[in-house]
Design a protein. Structure first.
Lengths: 682, 71
């Protein structure tokens, strides 16, 4: 009885908080309401929906042996305490996605983002993570691609596998672009991020030869060195003789990162990748924790209105209307296909008991969603005028604070040139105008919160660059690890045609595959840097579409398995979110290719520049006919890639429907689970 | 917390150990003691890897093999 009253109270509190943030007109809302609304939603969803799925839909069986016990080897398969495993799982799924998407979506006001993050995570994202974890746990911890192959056939598996490789390429290029955009013309940021390389090398040597395997010790040393680099970065920024060595254009930074990606992914893992991974993981978890504490203590006000006029699709940050583009702009935090790969990776091999699947799968995603809510808070406590100054490309607002403030004020967001210059001064940058990409905006918001907690304006520059550092650090680690992973996938793929490519001990094969992999994401990265619409505008929708399509594929697999388990009664649990994601991604994909608005449609944009070429007119920002020809080519390439993603997801859909129909005709369950074995008595 | 008779110091040690274990697993390094006890229990005849060998083996397994993560 008392419990029931408690849940009613949580429900009432959550609804009340939601009402406050949704119905605010004119007056500013405190971020605390947003936190309360989110936490109440998570608690209720977990208690009722996650446990319903666990007990009724999946019928999780506490007496069934998990892979961790059946194949226990003390290495990959190890029964692991659920709290420890939760940490592992969360660290693996939390990436840059939830920090960028919500910041981009803030141009429409905070409300659309909040609603999608909360509804999306409860009904789609957390369901997907939990479903895939369940499927993989019942199949000896096999991977997503493997499971698609065994449940839907080899061809479906092959198509999905190729789709995953292409998604990796887009993910890597868009992430690298976020870093480039954050570091352009920022000596302080560039210096600190560059310092992570020698620090990691030092840690690698220490951890290999001086004190082998002392991970926590070497990480502590690394973090201290990194903080020293961060503080010294201020001196670099203030000393022109030093600053000019770290002041790069976007093009140079892109080439540096491409070169770095190549070198880093052929060096031995212990030397660079592993120590960077330690630093980035611990910094990431630490920064998320600090931000949560900061928001709770400072309780900032949301300056952005609930809705802006840009819900009609005319926003300066990215083009496109709420439907379908909001739902692909915020991917991670609401639903992310990426997590399907993690949930069918290391986590299912360590789970102690099936009954812990909701806590780790559903709960882990709820935690990630909270990171997205925090990112949204960080973006919306910034004065909207400043937000748009940071986020609109130079083609729209010009390159001076005076001109920018004029343009932005004409949109109805009052901002003075002094406010823009003051902010740049506070965070230790030359300018904050047109810092598109997401990271700088998030970093400004985070530094405002943390400076409110400790240090005030004096420390704002440090906090700002701390935020940039931690984002750049784990993005570069992802670039490094992703290139390596992509290289192995590619070697596997090419090995089917050219056997020598499969040999991972052959230097030529390794270098060729690495080169191809780096060239693929490097091409899109460079294209994004020189892109007339600011890069993110082009690449982020491609990333969002492909990532959400992967989620749809994972949920389709869940649906197929529910049918094959003869639980079709409950198949709506995965079918409904899969249908929604298919509608959003296919519509968005279609519009990105065919929309007549050159800001949205790739082909229309290509046509605009092709016409210009034909008539011999230069269209800014292209300065030569060659640049214009390149834009036309890139637009068509992006349209082709978009079409490829649509083809992949539609093929998987067709295979899913066929398999579901076949499963309905069968008289007994046909799902291919590892046979039941009872849990050994403790 | 685990068993009501445990002293504060024991609980503290347990929590510190769990925290260190969590942090290591976040970067893909499973617990060495668990590995040792697994080897002792199921393969009493075989010699277990030293910590250094175990560390290297896990490093290769996380970053070296075909499987990987990218975001």
């Amino acid at each position: 009885m008392l419990k029931k009253i408690g849940w009613v109270a949580i429900g009432v509190l959550g609804t009340g908080a939601m009402a406050v943030i949704a119905l605010a007109h004119g007056e500013t809302v405190n971020a605390a309401w947003l936190v309360i609304a989110a936490l109440c939603t998570y608690a209720t969803a977990y208690r009722f929906y996650a446990l319903f799925i666990a007990k009724t839909v999946f019928r999780l069986d506490p007496t069934r042996q998990t892979p961790a016990y059946r194949r226990n080897d003390g290495l990959d398969y190890v029964p692991t305490n659920r709290y420890v495993l939760f940490g592992h799982h969360f660290a693996a799924i939390a990436g840059a996605g939830p920090l960028v998407g919500p910041v981009l979506a803030a141009q429409m006001g905070y409300l659309p983002g909040v609603i999608w993050i909360l509804l999306g995570v409860v009904l789609a994202g957390a369901v997907q993570d939990m479903t895939v974890l369940f499927l993989s746990t019942r199949r000896d911890g096999r991977s997503l691609g493997d499971m698609i192959r065994s449940e839907m056939g080899t061809l479906a598996g092959g198509i999905a596998g190729f789709g995953i490789l292409m998604i990796c390429v887009i993910v890597l290029s868009v992430l690298a672009l976020v870093v480039v955009k954050a570091l352009v013309g920022s000596p302080w940021g560039t210096f600190t991020v560059a310092c992570t390389i020698p620090i990691a090398l030092l840690m690698g040597i220490y951890g290999r030869f001086i004190r082998p395997g002392r991970i926590l010790e070497v990480s502590a040393i690394g973090v201290v060195l990194l903080m020293a680099a961060l503080i010294f970065g201020k001196t670099v920024h203030e000393t022109p003789e030093l600053a000019r060595y770290f002041d790069f254009s976007g093009e140079t930074l892109a080439l540096l990162i491409i070169g770095y990606g190549f070198v880093a992914s052929v060096l031995p893992v212990w030397l660079l990748l592993a120590p960077r991974d330690y630093l980035s993981t611990f910094l990431k978890i630490g920064a998320i924790a600090i931000l949560a504490v900061g928001i709770l203590l400072v309780q900032p006000n949301l300056e952005m209105p609930a809705l802006t006029k840009f819900i009609d699709g005319s926003g300066p940050v990215w083009a496109g209307s709420v439907f379908p583009f909001l739902f692909i702009t915020i991917a991670c935090g609401a639903v992310s296909g990426w997590h399907a790969l993690v949930s069918s990776g290391t986590t299912p091999k360590m789970i102690e008991n099936e009954t812990q699947i909701p806590f780790i799968g559903y709960g882990g995603m709820l935690a990630e969603s909270f990171v997205a809510i925090m990112a949204l808070i960080a973006a919306t406590i910034i004065h909207p005028g400043v937000y748009f100054a940071m986020y609109s490309s130079a083609g729209i607002i010009g390159t001076t604070a005076a001109h920018a403030s004029e343009v932005i004020s004409s949109w109805g967001f009052v901002v003075t040139p002094e406010m823009i210059d003051q902010l740049a001064h506070d965070v230790g940058e030359k300018t904050v105008l047109s810092r598109t990409g997401g990271a700088p905006t998030f970093a400004v918001g985070m530094s405002m919160i943390l400076a409110g907690m400790w240090g005030g304006k004096a420390l704002m520059g440090i906090w700002y660059h701390f935020a940039i550092l931690f984002e750049a650090l784990f993005i570069l680690t992802a670039v490094d690890a992703g290139t390596r992973a992509g290289r192995f996938m590619l070697q596997d793929l090419l090995g089917s045609f050219v056997p020598v490519m499969k040999r991972t001990d052959s230097m030529v094969a390794n270098l060729t595959a690495t080169f191809l992999c780096v060239a693929a994401w490097g091409y899109f990265l460079y294209q994004g840097v020189v892109d007339p619409l600011g890069g993110i505008n082009t690449l982020w929708p491609l990333f969002g579409i492909s990532n959400q399509m992967l989620a749809a594929v994972a949920l389709l697999l869940g649906t197929v398995v529910l049918f094959r388990m003869k639980r079709d009664r409950y198949a709506w649990v995965t079918m409904a979110p899969a249908a929604w994601l298919l509608i959003c991604t296919l519509t968005a994909g279609w519009q990105k290719i065919f929309s007549a608005d050159p800001k949205v449609g790739f082909l229309a944009h290509a046509a605009k520049y092709a016409d210009g070429l034909a008539q011999g007119v230069l269209i800014a920002p292209a300065k030569t006919p060659e640049a214009m020809a390149r834009i036309v080519f890139n637009d068509r390439l992006d349209a082709g890639l978009c079409a490829l993603f649509i083809f992949v997801v539609l093929s998987v859909l067709v295979y899913s429907v066929r398999t579901c129909l076949a499963a309905r005709r069968a008289h007994h369950p046909t799902a291919r689970e590892t046979p039941f074995e009872p849990m050994a008595a403790a | 917390m685990r068993n009501s008779g445990a002293s504060l110091a024991e609980t503290g040690r347990y929590l510190t150990r769990s925290l260190a274990q969590s942090l290591r697993l976040m970067v893909g390094m499973p617990d060495y003691d668990t590995y040792l006890s697994h080897m002792a229990r199921t393969h009493p005849g075989q010699e277990a890897m030293s910590y250094e060998a175990f560390f290297r083996e896990r490093l290769e397994a996380r970053y070296g093999g075909g499987k990987g993560r990218c975001c």
